[in-house]
Ligand binder design. Structure first.
Ligand SMILES: Cc1ncc(COP(=O)(O)O)c(C=O)c1O
Length: 162
């Protein structure tokens, strides 16, 4: 809960294409792109139209016992790309990591090897900040304070860090 090293914070009023526009009226090139979600720029017309159309039709429904046409279409495309035939959705990167850890342990359990539940991560790797994801994340800043909660995995060197 430390204060951010960049104070005062940059107050963003809006965004457009590659630009963030501050409350000070200045434009800032958004080289972050919010990392995961703005690869095509802010307010991309096709994405906005698709989001608005989906909101008008169905904003959200959980997938436990329910389904809908867009998720079927996406799952079929992902299934064709991966050859897996199934899709399982997570709400964010850390949740996806949790699910991957659980799924792999579960697959071994189903195969009769319930004890096979050790994981390896990469030196310096980052997989999110939930407790399970921290077990394969090798960044002390994120992990140290929660050491008693985290079930540590082995960290393997990467070619960049032999
Ligand atoms: C490889 C990797 N895994 C997991 C995450 C965590 O994603 P999220 O912040 O959506 O939980 C990140 C985020 O940068 C990531 O780069």
């Amino acid at each position: 809960m430390k204060r951010h090293e960049r104070e005062p914070l940059l107050a963003v009023a809006r965004a457009d294409g590659p630009w963030l526009v501050g409350t000070d009226g200045r434009r800032y090139l958004d080289a972050i792109s919010s990392w995961w979600v703005n690869l095509f720029g802010h307010g991309h017309p096709a994405l906005k139209a698709a989001i608005a159309a989906q909101l008008d039709t169905l904003d959200h429904v959980m997938l436990a016992g329910l389904t809908h046409e867009p998720v079927v279409r996406l799952s079929e495309r992902l299934g064709a790309l991966t050859g897996l035939g199934h899709a399982f959705y997570a709400s964010d990167g850390a949740s996806a990591t949790e699910i991957a850890l659980k799924m792999s342990a579960h697959a071994w359990r189903n195969a009769g090897r319930a004890g096979k539940c050790e994981f390896v991560g990469l030196v310096g790797g980052y997989h999110g900040e939930t407790v399970g994801a921290l077990s394969v994340t090798d960044i002390a800043l994120f992990r140290e304070a929660y050491a008693p909660l985290v079930r540590l995995s082995a960290a393997l060197p990467t070619p960049a860090d032999p």
